[in-house]
Ligand binder design. Structure first.
Ligand SMILES: C[S@@+](CC[C@H](N)C(=O)[O-])C[C@H]1O[C@@H](n2cnc3c(N)ncnc32)[C@H](O)[C@@H]1O
Length: 482
């Protein structure tokens, strides 16, 4: 700890919250240079850690968990008793003291989509508190995060993808506004009621806390409600959150009732036999690269859940259809019966959900596919023979005929070309920039946009294959008929 920070801490009887949060280090340092040993702390607190589980430093993900010897399938790796996870919900304190009430007040001002900030307020309180129960855990947290709210402005632009730029700007704006809100709420509190020991909490500290939570918290069952149900509560799980992510994980999290009392135990259990030196990996969720980058600060190449977002827009679809050689498309002048279907698809008005996706598991979002199929035909009776689910399904074999299916796919291919042209650089340019060597945040931004462009190209390839196959079917049918 720097001398100046020690002086502040000893004057205020709390730990300083300042952090130089930038995304420059590929191995983010921990909050203190030599934090206590996490595994020992978990065991001391009554938790269980399998003797073969070790913390390892790895080339790409900084820290992770690794097996020092083979472990059979179904083994318990880590068990945390109920008092170890860090939570912040209305059921997690019996009586709210002044400081907790202040935090509850602040948490109410955080929009639901930024839930990580709510728990972040609590994390910051524990980070500031000398003698916090969670200090052995918190001191092991990274000092900086590679999420885009900490990117230099140039690298936010380098993402080149409007929906993500929008989200990043929204989060940055929120943090700046929330800094003011926190100051106003806390400025007149009595010292004992101040959750941060009287320290000013700036946007950078709030961003640190929000990123620590978004990149490490798991949403699990909270306390049992009187009606026997559980609410979904985000919690930070010491040691368990040292597991890195994979879409093909070898371990999973389970919650079980503690046989000794009514409280819940949180366990990590192996899902397959683990070999010596294997990394212990959890699946953080079926997330696209936008969410992985925003919340966790990394992207997955060839992510099967990655997709691009477009706005459903009749004029754009007319242009795409014409570019694809489809005769007189009428996306912006649909017949009343077609309008009716658009309305069922929630694609008919400005205030509908006009965001549609291409790529990912579905390849073409069902609502977009159905809209294209329906607007590219004049055969109302043929449409009425199918339910909406069939019209939305890519695996339904050309429900409105082969010519209609080809026109729909060609329109999407043209839409992909338009989307690709919106990126200022080509994948080749991006790859040569990466070869030249760039900062960690520039590299992440470039990797992100390469992946987005790859999603578009892969979708075009897939649809082109489908068009070819439909064309050949068309020829075969014509020959058979002839
Ligand atoms: C829950 S923590 C895992 C432990 C973390 N690696 C550490 O050093 O404390 C999640 C963070 O680990 C890193 N991470 C996890 N899985 C990753 C992966 N598959 N690729 C790249 N980074 C990953 C990211 O920085 C992410 O925000």
């Amino acid at each position: 700890m720097a001398a100046s920070k020690m002086v502040i801490a000893s004057l205020t009887h709390c730990r300083p919250l300042t952090c130089a949060a930038t995304a420059t280090a590929s191995y983010p340092a921990r909050l203190v240079p030599h934090p206590p040993e996490l595994i020992k702390w978990v065991r001391r607190e009554g938790g269980f850690v399998h003797q073969a589980v070790k913390i390892s430093q790895d080339g790409t993900n900084s820290f992770g968990l690794i097996a020092s010897q083979a472990i059979p399938k179904g083994s318990e790796l880590i068990v945390l008793p109920d008092h170890i996870p860090l939570k912040f919900g209305p059921l997690d304190f019996e009586v709210a003291d002044g400081a907790t009430s202040a935090l509850v007040n602040l948490a109410q001002k955080v929009p639901e989509e930024l839930w990580a900030m709510k728990l972040g307020l609590k994390l910051l309180q524990e980070r500031a508190k000398i003698g916090s129960f969670w200090w052995p855990y918190i001191s092991n947290l990274p000092e900086t995060y590679s999420v885009p709210i900490f990117f230099p402005g140039e690298d936010i632009k380098n993402l080149q993808y409007a929906p993500l730029l929008h989200q990043v700007n929204k989060r940055c704006r929120f943090l700046l506004d929330f800094e003011k809100e926190v100051r106003l709420t806390l400025e007149n509190l009595k010292p004992n009621d101040h959750p941060y020991g009287g320290q000013h909490v700036d946007a950078s500290s709030l961003g640190w806390a929000m990123s620590a939570v978004s990149s490490r918290a798991f949403r699990l069952f909270g306390k049992k409600l009187p009606d026997g149900t559980h609410i979904d509560v985000p919690m930070m799980l010491p040691l368990i959150d040292m597991c890195n992510h994979s879409f093909n994980p070898n371990a999973k999290i389970l919650q079980e009732q503690d046989p000794g009392n009514a409280k819940m135990l949180i366990k990590v259990v192996t899902e397959e036999p683990i070999k010596e030196e294997d990394h212990l990996l959890l699946n953080y969720g079926c997330l696209n690269n936008d969410l992985l980058l925003l919340d966790y600060g990394f992207v997955i190449p060839s992510n099967p859940y990655d997709c691009i977002e477009l706005k459903y827009d009749g004029a754009l679809l007319d242009a795409a259809s014409m570019a694809a050689g489809v005769a007189s498309p009428n996306f912006s002048s649909a017949a009343p019966w077609q309008q009716q279907i658009l309305s069922q698809l929630n694609l008919d008005r400005e205030n509908s959900t006009l965001k549609v996706t291409i790529g990912g598991e579905e390849l073409i979002e069902g609502r977009l596919l159905a809209a294209l199929r329906v607007l590219l035909t004049t055969d109302k009776e043929a449409v009425q023979k199918h339910d909406l689910d069939t019209l939305k399904s890519l695996s339904a074999n050309a429900p409105l005929g082969i010519a209609n299916e080809i026109a729909a796919f060609r329109t999407i291919i043209a839409l992909c070309v338009i989307a690709l042209e919106h990126f200022p650089t080509k994948i080749m340019d991006d790859e040569s920039l990466l070869k030249q060597g760039v900062s960690a945040s520039t590299e992440l931004a470039i990797q992100f946009r390469i992946q987005k462009k790859s999603v578009i190209i892969d979708t075009m390839r897939d649809l082109t294959r489908r068009v070819k196959s439909l064309l050949s079917k068309n020829t075969t049918t014509a020959q058979t008929q002839g």
